[in-house]
Design a protein around this ligand. Sequence first.
Ligand code: FPP
Length: 238
Amino acid sequence: MADSKPDIIDEGSLPAHVAIVMDGNGRWAKLKGLPRVIGHQAGMKALERTIDNAKDLGIRYLSVYAFSTENWKRARSEVQGLMGLFRYYLKGKIQRMHQKGARVRFVGQMDVFQDDILNMVRFAEDLTRSNSVIDVVFCVNYGGRQEILDAVSSLIRSNHDGPVTEEALRKHIYAPDIPDPDLLIRTGGELRISNFWLWEGAYSEYYFSDVFWPDFDRAELERALLSYAGRNRRYGFA
Ligand code: FPP
């Protein structure tokens, strides 16, 4: 069967939650002499492909860093291009996600987005809420430090009584019901996490790929999964 897992990966060594920093769109475009926005368009195609591949492989949760709190500082035309892609995705792709049994969610400081985007986000989340084949989490206007600050503020507002434990704070992160990422992939050759899943990624396994995000394909995803399957996760124990 064309869509089955690589033989070496058994069910037990598949990560439940794969998180991805989709880096390298700009450099991919530059290499081809194209505008950066075209790189992001190709990145969107790679994202759709990766959602399908993750679903076929049996990954239960996929989260992607689609727009960081820092990305607003980019050229106006690039920010507009990314917002255009966000709208295009929300308008044109949600029904297909629903048919595939995907639950879509958006996490980050959402109140900065325009009303039409927020309405489509709410519609998409409501429509797909009961789906359980795969959860796809889009981190938009997301920053890991901001998430921790927001969690602390929310904890204080809740009049929490008693010691501030990890368990207590965890209830206030953006998606407390989603398990922490088991495998965090970053494409584009850079070896850093850039403020992504700072709390949740504490014990994630990292996989850094030199491939630019628009070229990320099934084979590269499988390489990351194979690497993960060979790791020995000790969570700080000997
Ligand atoms: C990093 O590449 C990528 C981004 C900042 C945006 C990622 C967005 C998509 C893949 C599609 C858009 C999806 C939504 C839902 C908005 P880079 O531009 O930093 O690449 P570079 O490091 O080569 O310059």
